[in-house]
Design a protein around this ligand. Sequence first.
Ligand code: ATP
Ligand SMILES: Cc1cn([C@H]2C[C@H](O)[C@@H](COP(=O)(O)O)O2)c(=O)[nH]c1=O
Length: 199
Amino acid sequence: MNQGYCIAFEGIDGTGKSTHSNRLAQSLREKGYEVVVDHEPTNGPWGRKLRESAATGRLSSEQELEYFLNDRKQHVEELIQPSMAAGKIVILDRYYFSTMAYQGARGFDPVEIRKMNEEFAPVPDLVVIMDLTVDDALARIGARGDIANEFEKRDNLEKCREIFLGLVPEKFVRLVSSNAPEAEVSARIDTLVDQLLAD
Ligand SMILES: Nc1ncnc2c1ncn2[C@@H]1O[C@H](COP(=O)(O)OP(=O)(O)OP(=O)(O)O)[C@@H](O)[C@H]1O
Ligand SMILES: Cc1cn([C@H]2C[C@H](O)[C@@H](COP(=O)(O)O)O2)c(=O)[nH]c1=O
């Protein structure tokens, strides 16, 4: 393989993005692909501040957007672009569609957010939107043993889900219901990715 790929998992909190980005990475490695899997916000300085804010109180909407963009710029420069250039498959647990959804839900125009991101961030080859109702997603967050954080308020998640679902008609976006046993959901995702890699 001489061309890298970028696959992004998106969706509201608790829908299985981390579970399925790791399962996909494992399944692709078993097939012999070189895979890098990572998440946003990252563990870098901007990402750490954003994670802190999820526990202690959200930043102002302007500052929050700025930090997510700074975090992503660093991620693109240091990991995403070099890995793709080296022919690897980059799997992202959240990417700029999360900014469209979450900062869009906070009042910014999702279309503008997308433009700002696509000035520096590669457009992914595939976006998998993991979907659950907000009630089911909150139930999974609870079952995971977490107390819902500042981003995970019901009204906010409803708005975010609506923005994510609005992306579905796009050619490179696929909606996957997470409301099925893990292995079944994984098999659906593997099929989508096999199709992408066969093209
Ligand atoms: N298909 C599934 N059926 C049942 N439980 C699942 C399924 N997929 C994931 N889970 C469970 O749901 C919980 C949430 O999954 P996960 O942490 O992967 O979601 P996430 O979308 O990454 O969440 P967040 O955005 O909050 O980090 C976990 O406890 C996970 O084990
Ligand atoms: C990338 C990105 C993330 N968020 C929000 C969405 C989540 O609630 C939190 C933390 O992410 P995690 O997947 O639960 O670890 O950050 C956001 O608002 N905007 C973004 O661009």
